[in-house]
Write a protein that binds this ligand. Structure first.
Ligand code: RB5
Length: 150
């Protein structure tokens, strides 16, 4: 079955968002792209995170990709939504481990960040890894419990 993802970014990551989007489409993913594709007009990253999460919650999505200048603001915003585990990964190691251990359902990148590894490879590492379950599921359940009371 076709894998689906939702993607959104602010003005600080238009170029990298375009590269990641093309890469995903080349790999056969269906990408619902929510913009922005204009680097010259400011858009607020919390709004972009909210749009992407709302779309993701409609269902049928495997994961989401979010970008802003650093990746920090948009991942903070996404992680405010219950059930969203958005990982800001700096390399292939963290991208692999966040799927294996955190079962991250969103991955974030910074369009103004100089990555030591190609961001396409970082995304590939996330895509090709599997959640390990077991004690890691218990820890995710603990996060869900925190969401219930705060
Ligand atoms: C926008 O200038 C910038 O603050 C934003 O893209 C992001 O880096 C915030 O975390």
């Amino acid at each position: 079955m076709e894998k689906k993802c939702v993607m959104a970014n602010d003005h600080g990551a238009v170029e990298l968002a375009g590269k990641l989007r093309k890469h995903l489409e080349d790999l056969g993913y269906s990408v619902t792209y929510l913009g922005t594709d204009n680097p010259d007009v400011s858009v607020d990253y919390p709004r972009q995170a909210e749009k992407a999460v709302e779309e993701y919650r409609r269902g049928g999505y495997d994961f989401g990709v979010l970008l802003c200048g650093t990746g920090i603001g948009i991942s903070i915003a996404a992680n405010k939504f219950h059930g969203i585990r958005c990982a800001l990964c700096q390399d292939t190691y963290t991208a692999t481990m966040t799927k294996k251990h955190n079962n991250a359902n969103f991955i974030a990148f910074g369009g103004r960040v100089e990555y030591k590894e190609d961001p396409l490879k970082i995304l590939d590492a996330y895509l090709s890894s599997e959640f390990e379950g077991g004690r890691h599921q218990r820890r995710i359940n603990e996060i869900t419990e925190i969401e219930r009371h705060c």
